[in-house]
Design a protein around this ligand. Structure first.
Ligand code: F6R
Length: 235
């Protein structure tokens, strides 16, 4: 594991963005695996800045997001489609047809899972997957107990995750109970993983990721077995 400690959130965001900018310079048509949540927001800001300064273009880039809530329209401000558009896609030169996020409103959700996996494979797999870290060790929406062999699937959200995400909704009851997420095996197949963790609250889960037993009770523990992972963290 390549592990880098930073002394500020800004430094974390810059380091993470630089990794992606460097990849895109070498391989403009790279496939980026993206995450939502609070942690990568600063990295997205840095990517927008790099684009505005003419240091990077996303014209040939494809993106694949980890997850989406079930039942929220794309235009719903709490959907991850909306989040990605407002946080990144609207501000860079990416072709909207190249941005992929599992659909939480597909008529046939099982089929949506299968076709999302197929799409990623057909396009050559993910070059770099960005990950945040859930306090209970979840990655994507893969909650404790998820099979390490899982692929894109439908999940019931843990109460703790619904509570943690309630901050974005007007009330907790509005937080969807289900989501669609890339599986742990899908995540592990990325050629490189960059996990971002910032803040005191994340230091315990990070310890468990690095030193705890590799077990589905703490999904992120599997990342230790990935051959090319960089962890950027700070508090
Ligand atoms: C986001 C995702 C989640 C978050 C995790 C950490 O697409 O899949 O696993 O990465 O919940 O969230 P933050 O960054 O808000 O602490």
């Amino acid at each position: 594991i390549d592990i880098e400690k930073v002394s500020s959130y800004e430094e974390l965001s810059k380091k993470a963005a630089n990794i992606l900018v460097e990849l895109l310079r070498e391989k403009p048509a790279a496939n980026l695996g993206l995450a939502t949540g609070s942690t990568p927001v600063g990295m997205y800001e840095q990517l927008i800045k790099a684009y505005q300064e003419g240091n990077v273009s996303f014209q040939d880039t494809h993106t694949y997001n980890l997850d989406e809530y079930i039942g929220l329209e794309r235009s719903d401000p709490n959907s991850y489609h909306y989040f990605m558009k407002k946080t990144l896609f609207d501000h860079i030169d990416i072709n909207p047809d190249h941005t992929h996020i599992p659909s939480g409103i597909a008529e046939d959700l099982e089929e949506e899972c299968v076709s999302y996996e197929r799409l990623i494979k057909a396009n050559g797999g993910i070059d770099i997957q960005i990950l945040g870290l859930g306090l209970n060790g979840h990655i994507g929406f893969n909650e404790p107990g998820t099979d390490f062999a899982s692929r894109t699937h439908i999940v019931k959200l843990a109460e703790s995750t619904r509570t943690a995400n309630a901050r974005f909704f007007s009330k907790k009851e509005d937080v969807p109970k289900q989501a669609i997420t890339m599986g742990i095996q899908s995540i592990m197949e990325a050629k490189k993983i960059v996990l971002l963790a910032f803040g005191k609250k994340k230091m315990d889960p990070l310890q468990r990721l690095m030193k705890g037993v590799v077990h589905p009770d703490f999904p992120a523990s599997i990342l230790r077995l990935h051959p090319n992972i960089t962890i950027i963290y700070g508090e």
